[in-house]
Write a protein that binds this ligand. Sequence first.
Ligand SMILES: Cc1cc2nc3c(=O)[nH]c(=O)nc-3n(C[C@H](O)[C@H](O)[C@H](O)COP(=O)(O)OP(=O)(O)OC[C@H]3O[C@@H](n4cnc5c(N)ncnc54)[C@H](O)[C@@H]3O)c2cc1C
Length: 303
Amino acid sequence: MKEKFEHRLEQTVGPERVLREEPMRLHTTFRIGGPAQYMVSPRTKEEVREVVRLCREEEMPWYIIGNGSNLLVSDRGYRGVVIQLYRDFGDIRTEGTSIFARAGASLARIAAEALKNSLTGFEFAAGIPGTLGGACIMNAGAYGGEMKDVLEQVTVLDGQGEIKTLEKGELDMGYRTSRAAREGYVVLEAALSLEKGEADEIRARMEDLKERRTSKQPLEYPSAGSTFKRPEGYFAGKLIQDAGLRGFRVGDAMVSEKHCGFVINCGSATAADVDRLIRQVQERVRESSGVTLEPEVKRLGEF
Ligand SMILES: Cc1cc2nc3c(=O)[nH]c(=O)nc-3n(C[C@H](O)[C@H](O)[C@H](O)COP(=O)(O)OP(=O)(O)OC[C@H]3O[C@@H](n4cnc5c(N)ncnc54)[C@H](O)[C@@H]3O)c2cc1C
């Protein structure tokens, strides 16, 4: 039964693209996470559709990842198939003021493409370490910009196994969420609508934002960025700091001293450390301010 499933998986994406018991710490920016039973990296939309169809047919759990920059994977890993849409699923092309990219394209590469073509509107995303797919799902945003401002179309795989294109008006994106996330769609590709600008100004804006990130964020440590969503009317980092939790630690997981909104891995943090730290931060902030912090980081596997 297991052999048959593995064989069909290999036939779908090629044997070299099926990894077994792959440590997820190698595929997350937290550098944390046990083994995925299988990890596959398809190269075409049809391969993605086939892998998902096969998993459904065989009742095998599956999960999509991009760069794993918003992900906490359990120390016990994941029993099922992790489908990674990243480097091999990342073509980018420009037509006029539109950029078309596949889900695995990194936001940094798309920003470089925009700069190369003097297109403005994507500077905000240049320093977000995710893929286009992850950014569409999360409606990633920074410094006043969000994916929803630039997305024109998103092509997805839906729950019926159909590939369809959603137009701007159908994306229904909110703060760190989207229709695609709510409906469990797989993002395959997207079209971004930008504007003609001046290359020097675009470069200067990107450099300024990069400088702001480097000076404010603990980029020297593995993390998943802001651990919590911004509660309406507050800043998570400020609430955590006011609760006296700067530098608060569980094992090797720590509330960053540089930016209290980030939980960092000081070296050998486990997912259990991070999970415990998150819960304790939530409890202490609730006690001190009455605000309930909601994690922005996604969990995968058993906790
Ligand atoms: C140092 C640092 C700074 C950061 N700064 C920011 C910031 O300024 N703003 C911000 O918004 N985020 C920020 N993040 C968080 C993260 O980079 C974003 O959420 C990013 O969009 C996640 O993309 P990813 O490809 O890494 O997704 P992953 O972490 O791999 O996945 C995140 C979620 O998206 C889903 N997903 C991924 N790809 C697809 C796909 N193709 N189809 C369907 N579902 C998919 C996954 O199943 C998961 O639920 C930061 C993270 C770090 C480490």
